[in-house]
Design a binder for this molecule. Structure first.
Ligand code: ZN
Length: 318
């Protein structure tokens, strides 16, 4: 468990470095861009639907932060200490940020004409915590808001700086492209029917689906359902690059299993590309009989694949 001890020690060392920022200024000597004023109070009350007759003689207490906001042009006054603290967290891999909560205390009402000044202090940095979002540290800053120099309220703001949980999405097969030329084929597959197009002009079967006949040029067609018998006309065995969606890793080695992609000649005479299943790829042979089956790849995707009709003797395997 040496690695865990090392990790615990690194976490502890980081926490001590983060704690050293507690009590340091996050912003100093800041001034509100506007004095407390009736138009801003009126806009706020309209936006919030607050019709209290107390306003705008005084400002709604929950407007406290509004008087400190820098707007698009931002605020001067943010300290190097706050940036350095966030930089330490970034460097430790806690690169994501989410605001978690804020708390306000109101000491006296703000009135039109009050001149706002404020400072902010890094109040606390938590030990490393693991949340549903990921592992990281909570950082709480406290802003002291003054009106004409007198403390009028405080605004505590807490963020979580964290390393997001790496969610490994389950590998899914790419979706087929379904358009007006191929929709009928995929609708057939969803009913477990493998449909081949048949030209109604000259009777030629065709696969894959096309808007017109290559033999006579007719755009008119109907379909016939394949009976599901076929043989391996040609094949490749895919080793690299590995695609987990196409073949689960070997549980013994963790490395991806090779899988077979075959060109299957259907008994109707057309050929289609698909997977060959039910046989180790090394045992696949040209001419091997296969039969159609429908693979439920995931909740949304069914695919026609071809299973070897009978087991291949082991000594025949490469
Ligand atoms: Zn034709």
């Amino acid at each position: 468990m040496g690695a865990d001890v090392g990790e615990d020690q690194r976490a502890q060392e980081l926490y001590e470095r983060l704690k050293a920022y507690e009590g340091k200024a996050a912003a100093a000597g800041c001034e509100g861009k506007d004095v407390v004023n009736e138009p801003m109070i009126r806009h706020w009350c309209e936006a919030m639907g607050d019709t209290s007759p107390a306003y705008p003689t005084i400002a709604p207490p929950t407007m406290l932060q509004a008087w400190t906001m820098g707007g698009l042009s931002g605020h001067a006054g943010r300290t190097d200490a706050y940036d350095a603290l966030l930089g330490l967290l970034d460097d430790a891999g806690f690169t994501s940020v989410v605001a978690t909560d804020c708390e306000q205390e109101y000491l006296r009402p703000l009135r039109p004409g009050d001149r706002i000044t404020f400072d902010a202090v890094i109040e606390s940095v938590s030990a490393q915590k693991t949340t549903k979002l990921g592992t990281g540290h909570f950082v709480t800053t406290r802003m002291d808001v003054r009106a004409d120099g007198e403390l009028a309220g405080t605004h505590r703001f807490r963020i979580l700086k964290y390393a997001p949980v790496q969610r490994k999405p389950k590998a899914r097969r790419p979706r087929p492209v379904i358009n007006r030329d191929t929709r009928g084929f995929w609708e057939g597959v969803s009913r477990h029917e493998l449909l081949i197009q048949k030209c109604t002009g000259c009777g030629t079967l065709r696969f894959p689906w096309l808007p017109g006949c290559n033999s006579c040029g007719s755009p008119a067609w109907e379909t016939v359902e394949a009976v599901g018998d076929g043989t391996v006309y040609s094949y490749v065995v895919m080793h690299h690059p590995p695609f987990p969606a196409f073949a689960e890793p070997d549980p013994a080695t963790g490395s991806p299993r090779p899988y077979a992609v075959g060109l299957i000649e259907l008994s109707e005479g057309v050929r289609m590309i698909s997977n060959i299943t039910g046989v180790p790829p090394a045992a696949i042979r040209i001419g091997m009989p296969v039969e159609l089956e429908f693979l439920s790849a995931d909740d949304e995707l069914t695919l026609p694949v071809f299973r070897a009709r009978h087991a291949v003797p082991q000594e025949d395997a490469v």
